[in-house]
Design a protein around this ligand. Structure first.
Ligand code: BG6
Length: 479
């Protein structure tokens, strides 16, 4: 495998799934702090008021807050030079409406960035990874209300002012496209409900969905412009959940269906952020869903001035689509699609398709003039078993190593095809709470954390076999 010099290797996390310390030092509660755990058949419930009997997995998560030094040292041991994390908006601005941030929150991220620097690891920071302040959710229906744009910009501009010299790579909204009206699965249902004020059982209000997205596009574009105006040395990126979709058959109707699915699910949000304008097919899409966003005078200029510098996305699997009724359904955490008879799947039914990653990278490259791109989430959620051998805890996870090797090879092939891929961050390199199900037993990590679904566990860390596999891939790529 061949990788360019300086290629960024690392892992990706989100504060709501990893950080813990949910109310430490005055931190406010964010949307995810109100979500209970679920499982593959039970959607996560969002409680307006906390139930003292219930367990909220984000509260403690896997405690990066208390373990960041130990964890970062382990990341460095794997050879990383990048670490994707999110800043927890409510650790700085507890309700989202304060004018000044909490000193304790600022100090925490100061320490994290300094620790990363000491280990030669570049932070890649997501400004919003489902951590909208709950106060904005209950007071304004969150992103359904335009006022959230300004609240977000106060926060994002503070972050850039404070950390522009410590953080070069920034992402605005994680998987912003998951707020699309048709994203129809456990997590997206909960999120859309809260982005838009829809109740869980009410039919989706498509107008609110498109507006909530439009407001996030505007908040993102304003943040990108602010960074470009003040700190030209930083790189600003989008983040799309890439739902790679193939036609199930060669019936031309299936080909067209796949084209529409890609436009609706992936390109719509990506095009706005990369090209600075709604694409031509937005009209068709809005017509299909019977609603369109309220685009006010001045909005188009804001979008045009906030184009991102690099393109990032998550890629876990691919799906199929067909106009025939002979397909079998499969589900990711955000979207539904059809099964592909040529692929195997994980324990959670996510289909394993490394060639689909190569295809996706090439599609992004050709659509956006070979913009620098980074795969900022890719990974394999599985049940792990801890065994003790000669008094030492071991986790043998060949399934994870196989997935990693196959996707690293696809990455290398795509680079060989000519694509400008600058980095790769594995999702959940240390065990974190699953976003879709809220489970701990759906583990992605190279590093095991002793934390379980019932809240038990002492949080100690242990290296899995895949830890050494990733270490080797990184070291070999630098030879
Ligand atoms: C992405 C999210 O959708 O997929 C992450 O950005 C999430 O937050 C990841 O954890 C894996 O999904 P899940 O549902 O298995 O945790």
């Amino acid at each position: 495998m061949a990788f360019p010099k300086g290629f960024l290797w690392g892992g990706a996390t989100a504060a709501n799934q990893y950080e813990g310390g949910w109310d430490a030092d005055g931190k406010g509660d964010s949307l995810c702090d109100h979500m209970r755990g679920g499982d593959v058949n039970t959607p996560r419930q969002i409680d307006e008021f906390f139930d003292p009997e219930a367990l909220y997995p984000s509260w403690e998560a896997t405690d990066f807050y208390g373990h960041y030094e130990e964890d970062i040292a382990l990341f460095a041991e794997m050879g990383w030079n990048v670490f994707r994390m999110s800043i927890n908006w409510t650790r700085l601005f507890p309700t989202g409406e304060e004018a000044e941030p909490l000193a304790a929150g600022v100090e925490f991220y100061d320490k994290v960035f300094d620790c990363l620097k000491a280990h030669g690891i570049e932070p890649l920071v997501t400004l919003s990874h489902y951590e909208t302040p709950y106060s904005l959710v209950s007071k304004y229906n969150a992103w359904a209300d335009r006022r959230c744009i300004d609240f977000f910009c106060t926060y994002s501009q503070f972050c850039l002012d404070r950390w522009h010299d410590k953080v070069k790579y920034w992402l605005t909204f994680n998987e912003v496209n998951t707020g699309m009206p048709f994203m129809n699965n456990a997590l997206s249902t909960s999120l859309v409900q809260h982005y838009t004020g829809n109740t869980a059982n009410a039919p989706r209000d498509n107008k609110l969905c498109f507006n909530a997205l439009h407001h996030q596009f505007l908040a993102g574009a304003k943040t990108v412009k602010y960074a470009h105006d003040h700190y030209p040395e930083v790189m600003m990126g989008n983040m799309t959940a890439f739902i790679t979709t193939y036609p199930l058959t060669c019936d031309p109707a299936d080909l067209l269906a796949a084209q529409y699915k890609l436009q609706d699910a992936d390109w719509y949000a990506s095009d706005v952020q990369v090209r600075g304008a709604y694409p031509y097919y937005a009209k068709r899409l809005w017509k299909d869903y019977g609603a369109e966003p309220d685009i006010l005078p001045g909005d188009e200029e804001i979008l045009a001035e906030g184009c991102v510098d690099f393109f990032t996305y998550s890629y876990y699997m691919s799906m199929t689509i067909t106009t025939h009724d002979d397909g079998e359904e499969m589900a990711g955490n955000m979207s539904l699609g059809g099964k592909n008879p040529y692929l195997k799947a994980s324990d959670w039914g996510w289909q394993i398709d490394p060639q689909g990653l190569r295809w996706t990278i090439n599609e992004v490259a050709s659509r956006y003039n070979n913009i620098p791109q980074m795969v900022v989430e890719n990974g394999f959620g599985a049940f792990d078993e801890v065994v003790v051998e000669d008094g030492v805890e071991k986790i043998h996870d060949p399934y994870r190593s196989d997935y990693l090797k196959a996707h690293a090879a696809a990455l290398s092939d795509a680079i060989d095809d000519g694509a400008n891929v600058i980095g790769y961050t594995w999702w959940g390199p240390i065990d974190v709470v699953s976003a879709g199900t809220g489970e701990m037993r759906k583990r992605y990590g190279f590093i095991y954390v002793d934390k379980h679904d019932d809240g038990s566990g002492d949080m100690h860390r242990a290296r899995k076999d895949s830890f050494f596999e990733y270490q080797k891939i990184i070291a070999d790529s630098r030879k």
